[in-house]
Design a protein around this ligand. Sequence first.
Ligand SMILES: Cc1cc2nc3c(=O)[nH]c(=O)nc-3n(C[C@H](O)[C@H](O)[C@H](O)COP(=O)(O)OP(=O)(O)OC[C@H]3O[C@@H](n4cnc5c(N)ncnc54)[C@H](O)[C@@H]3O)c2cc1C
Ligand code: FES
Length: 238
Amino acid sequence: MKKIQKGIIKNIEKIALDTFALEISSSVLEAHSGQFISILCPPKTLRRPFSIKGFKDGVIEVFFKLKGEGTNYIKSLKIGDSVDFMGPLGQGFKIQNKKSLLVGAGIGIAPMLFLKDELNKKGVENFLITGFKAQDEAIEGSDKTVIGGSVIDFLPEIIEKFKPEVIYSCGPEIVLKLVSKVAQDYNLEAQIAMEKVFACQVGVCRGCVIKILKDGKVQNATICHDGPVFDAKAVVWE
Ligand SMILES: Cc1cc2nc3c(=O)[nH]c(=O)nc-3n(C[C@H](O)[C@H](O)[C@H](O)COP(=O)(O)OP(=O)(O)OC[C@H]3O[C@@H](n4cnc5c(N)ncnc54)[C@H](O)[C@@H]3O)c2cc1C
Ligand code: FES
């Protein structure tokens, strides 16, 4: 079982419609893009997972969008309040020294911004395209921002101009499915960060199982523990 941590809210601020950036000071030593933390949101007993957007000197940053009771609880926290979380959890993106195209949709921009930072630090050329439903939901930091349309429509042109060797993506399942298809069409490797409603967060309850192809066989994998990042070619879409 992963250790439960206590953190202190360092900052919480609105960054877009119903969307907030949260910084937690912690004793965490290492975190990578694609990993997540799970925050306890009393009176809910099931923790709520959030992708890590940034990490520096023990400070973990996440973006959260208001949904229900859990995210409204987090919004009510004040600077200096204590927060109970687990993590960093899960397997993050495997960074390679390859020209990288990053595709985010909505709040899926969070791990893409972290990945962009990590790639920049390693000097890996990258391009981030992100899509939002409306201007007031848009979050800054991308090389191209699409409002109201689909990021997928822009991928062929970007691929032909930028010539990436690998694609990374995070967003709703439909976007990940289409990104996987584009990657296949262009014979490009792709890593995608999947999402499902989590219960235990650590691979025990099997509530977040998906089918993946491994060693030529279809097998079960948990998004929370074996993922959330998977090789797009391995995912068996249902
Ligand atoms: C690996 C992972 C990373 C995530 N990263 C982010 C992030 O960076 N920022 C962000 O805003 N959200 C993220 N989410 C989604 C976030 O966990 C849910 O929005 C949150 O748990 C909703 O909690 P709530 O109590 O406010 O809403 P609830 O009242 O519990 O639910 C409101 C709606 O959200 C859905 N939901 C509830 N729990 C989850 C869940 N665990 N995963 C997906 N949908 C859920 C419900 O089906 C319902 O439709 C991530 C989810 C996963 C699995
Ligand atoms: S949430 Fe329990 S196995 Fe993934």
